[in-house]
Design a protein around this ligand. Structure first.
Ligand SMILES: [Mg+2]
Length: 267
């Protein structure tokens, strides 16, 4: 893993603003997201991390289980509005941008070219430049940012948020996503943390990040529990059940007898 200078400074920033590590939504993986509901709520663009969010670490192909969800996401947000921002593909660690090209080929979305790693402010500028250069520009408030690392992906998303003045009644028909969702005191991208890991990697660091996040959440709850967003449950659904694998031999016979017996008892 490359040295990430901006990542090492995150603990210092947390001393000033610990809320940076708290995601708006926690899911196991992107199959739980209701992309159409997000779009209906006014979110127009999506930023995805790559490793252990969409692909196995250092691979370029989508995790097969995510095929349907990924297709739905691409169709819902549309051409160009889904962007991959990785700390490997598209960075200085990707000579000749070969990996970025390969990821775009396999996942059929652009990969951001950026010199500075997440969660740096320079990387945030590159993301803003990308979305503001689209034929229909997308604002920060209209973005969802999804990733599996709290100190990079979640912090990056929360660093893009800003304090909002209290709202005084709706008057604008062209509301932003944030206005549609909540009367929050902060506005910015919706930060989504995928807690599931497709392949074990940096287990100790992940545990540390999760512990810090849970401590901050507890602290927020104790110090008057002000939520930064409204009810976001409509953006999340249950994971599909895992496929049933039929066992062979003696175990398979026992499985069938047991299923038969369960059916009789139910009837
Ligand atoms: Mg990742």
């Amino acid at each position: 893993m490359p040295f990430n200078f901006s990542g090492t400074l995150v603990p210092l920033h947390l001393l000033v603003n610990p809320r940076l590590v708290v995601p708006s939504i926690i899911i196991k993986d992107i199959r739980q997201l209701e992309f159409r509901e997000l779009r209906k709520a006014g979110y127009k663009g999506a930023v995805f991390d790559k490793d252990n969010c969409l692909t196995l670490p250092h691979r370029d192909q989508l995790v097969p289980e995510l095929q349907d969800a990924w297709e739905e996401c691409r169709v819902t947000f549309g051409e160009g509005n889904v962007l991959i921002v990785s700390n490997t593909a598209g960075t200085r660690l990707d000579p000749g941008e070969i990996q970025a090209e390969s990821v775009t080929h396999h996942l059929r979305v652009p990969v951001l070219r950026h010199k500075n790693l997440k969660p740096s402010y320079a990387c945030i500028s590159s993301i803003r430049n990308y979305f503001s250069s689209l034929p229909t520009p997308v604002k920060d408030d209209e973005l969802v940012i999804i990733g599996d690392r709290i100190f990079t992906d979640v912090v990056l998303a929360n660093r893009m948020s800003r304090k909002m003045k209290a709202q005084s009644g709706a008057k604008d028909t062209e509301k932003t996503a944030e206005e549609n969702v909540t009367k929050s005191s902060r506005a910015g991208p919706l930060s989504i943390w995928t807690s599931g890991v497709w392949e074990r990697e940096a287990t100790g660091l992940r545990l540390l990040e999760k512990t810090v996040m849970e401590c901050v959440k507890r602290w927020i709850a104790q110090s008057n529990g002000v939520a930064t967003r409204g009810d976001l449950s409509r953006f999340v659904k249950e994971l599909p059940p895992p496929p049933v694998v039929e066992k062979k031999g003696l175990l398979g016979r026992w499985q069938r007898i047991s299923e038969f017996w369960t059916t009789i008892r139910r009837d």
